[in-house]
Design a protein around this ligand. Structure first.
Ligand code: AMP
Ligand code: GLY
Length: 425
C-alpha cells in the first residue's frame, strides 16, 4: 500500500521511520517532510491547508492510507474532505474528523465533554467575548494560582498561569478582546489549578476498540529544572516510573474508556490517536488537555518501543478490527533529547549547516524536526531541530545514550536541556 504522511516534525520522521519498516508498505510519501523523511521516503512539496492539492496528490500517487501528524489539518477538517467517499473510495485515514478534533481544537468543547461524561478534570468556567463582566467576576472568586486558557489552537502558548490577580485580569481582558490570541482567544476557559506531576497516555482507536500505546513524560520548559518559557517539548522518556499499574488502571477506567464511549454516545466518529495530557494529583489522574494526535517529542520515544508493524495496526484500525489486533511493546526505556536552535522558543535563525553522526550506534535513532537539505547539505530549518532517541534496559543507560548521540551533532547555536529524565531516576 502507498501511504501519505502529513507533517514535517520529529513526530513525522519517527512515524515515517516505523512505517518504512512495514512489510505492507509499497511507497511512502511525506508532505511536506524534512531532511530526515527525505532520506527514507518521497517528500512532496504540498500546502496541506489546500485540501484539493492533498486530494490530487492522493490520486496521483495512488495513496491507500493517509496518516495526519499535526493538529491543525485535523481541526481544519482535512479528514472530512478526504473521507468524502465519492473522492477517494476505500481510503483509510489515521486522524479524526473535525468534530472529534474539537477535543483539541476547543478547550471549552473538551471541558464540556468531560463534564457531560464525568471525566475527572479541573473545575472551570468558560466565557466568550460577550461575557467580559461574568468572566472577571468568576476570576475574582477563584483562588491563586489562576489558570487562563485561550479556547483555540495557540501552538502551546495559549495557557497562562499566574499568582497575580491583576495580571490574570489583564490576560483575560487581552484574550477576550482578541488582542492577544486573535480568534483563538475570544473564548476562554478559567480553570482550577491542579498541583501534581504531569504525564501523558496515548491510545489508538477505531471509535469502539482501542489499544494503549506506551506512556511518556515530556519536558516542556526550555530550561533545566523546568524553568523558562514553555516549548513544544525539549525531551521525553517512556515508560514513566511513577505511572504505576494502579495509576494506569484508574486512568483507563476513569478517563480513557469514558472518553471513547463518550465520543460514541455523542455520535462523533473517531479513528486515530487520542493523547491524554494528565496531572497525577495524589494518586489520581485528571485530564489537563486532550490532543487529537500524537505528541512531539513523545512520538520519538513511543514509536521506538512499538514492536508491531505500524501499518498493519493502522489497517486494523481502518477495518474496525482493532479488538483483534495484538500490539507488542518493547519493555525497555526510550529517552529522547531535543536539540534546538539558538533563541528557541522565540525567534530563531535557520539555514545553519549541520554535522550529523557518521554511524548510528545500535538502538539509537536521530529523528529530524526542523531540517532541510540544500545541495546535499543538511541545514537547520526551525526551532526544534533533531531529537536524539535511544533504547536501553535501564532508564539511566537510555538517557546516557541519548546524550552520547546528541554529542555527535553539531550546528551553530545548538542548545539542549541537560537534565532530561533526571527527575525519574
Ligand atoms: P495545556 O496546553 O492545556 O496542556 O496547558 C499547558 C500547560 O499548562 C500544561 O502542560 C500544564 O503544565 C499547565 N496547566 C494547564 N492546566 C493546568 C491546571 N489546571 N493546573 C495546573 N497546571 C496546568
Ligand atoms: N509535546 C507536547 C505536544 O506535542 O503537545
Amino acid at each position: 500500500m502507498n501511504v501519505l504522511l502529513i507533517g514535517s516534525g520529529g513526530r513525522e520522521h519517527a512515524l515515517a521511520w516505523k512505517l518504512a519498516q512495514s512489510s505492507f508498505l509499497t511507497g511512502l510519501f511525506v508532505a511536506p517532510g524534512n531532511a530526515g523523511t527525505d532520506s527514507i521516503a518521497t517528500n512532496l512539496k504540498l500546502d496541506v491547508s489546500n485540501h484539493d492539492a492533498v486530494s490530487r496528490a492522493i490520486k496521483r500517487h495512488d495513496i491507500g492510507m493517509v496518516v495526519v501528524g499535526p493538529e491543525a489539518p485535523l481541526v481544519n477538517g482535512l479528514v472530512d474532505e478526504l473521507l468524502d467517499d465519492t473522492k477517494h473510495p476505500g481510503l483509510v485515514v489515521v486522524g479524526p474528523r473535525k468534530a472529534g478534533a474539537q477535543l483539541e481544537g476547543s478547550k471549552a468543547f473538551a471541558k464540556e465533554f468531560m463534564r457531560r461524561h464525568n471525566i475527572p478534570t479541573a473545575a472551570y468556567g468558560a466565557f466568550d467575548a460577550t461575557q467580559q463582566e461574568e468572566a472577571q467576576e468568576f476570576l475574582r472568586n477563584m483562588q491563586a494560582p489562576y489558570v487562563i486558557k485561550a479556547d483555540g489552537l495557540a501552538g502551546g502558548k495559549g495557557v497562562i498561569i499566574t499568582e497575580d490577580l491583576d495580571e490574570a485580569q489583564q490576560v483575560l481582558e487581552g484574550m477576550l478582546s482578541g488582542a492577544s490570541f486573535g480568534d483563538a482567544g475570544t473564548q476562554v476557559v478559567l480553570e482550577q489549578y491542579l498541583d501534581g506531576i504531569e504525564c501523558s497516555m496515548f491510545a489508538v482507536t477505531d471509535g469502539d476498540a482501542y489499544h494503549l500505546l506506551p506512556s511518556a513524560k515530556d519536558y516542556k520548559r526550555v530550561g533545566e529544572g523546568d524553568t523558562g518559557p514553555n516549548t513544544g517539548g525539549m525531551g521525553a522518556v517512556s515508560p514513566v516510573p511513577f505511572m504505576d499499574a494502579e495509576f494506569h488502571e484508574k486512568a483507563i477506567n476513569q478517563i480513557i474508556i469514558p472518553t471513547i464511549k463518550g465520543l460514541a454516545a455523542d455520535g462523533i466518529p473517531y479513528q486515530g490517536f487520542l493523547f491524554f495530557g494528565l496531572m497525577k494529583v495524589g494518586g489520581d489522574p485528571f485530564v489537563i488537555e486532550y490532543n487529537c494526535r500524537l505528541g512531539d517529542p513523545e512520538t520519538e520515544v513511543i514509536i521506538p518501543r512499538i514492536q508491531s508493524d505500524l501499518l498493519h495496526l493502522f489497517e486494523s484500525m481502518g477495518a474496525g478490527l482493532l479488538s483483534e489486533y495484538h500490539l507488542q511493546i518493547d519493555s525497555r526505556t526510550c529517552s529522547t533529547v531535543m536539540l534546538v536552535s539558538q533563541g528557541y522558543p522565540g525567534k530563531v535563525e535557520k539555514g545553519k549547516a549541520m554535522t550529523l553522526p557518521e554511524s548510528m550506534p545500535k538502538d539509537t535513532m536521530l529523528f529530524h524536526g526542523g531540517t532541510t537539505v540544500s545541495r546535499g547539505q543538511v541545514l537547520t530549518d526551525g526551532g526544534r531541530v533533531v531529537a536524539c532517541s535511544a533504547l536501553s534496559t535501564t532508564p539511566e543507560d537510555a538517557i546516557k545514550r541519548s546524550y552520547d548521540l546528541a554529542s555527535k551533532v553539531v550546528f551553530e547555536g545548538m542548545s539542549f536541556r541537560k537534565d532530561i529524565g533526571q527527575d525519574l531516576l
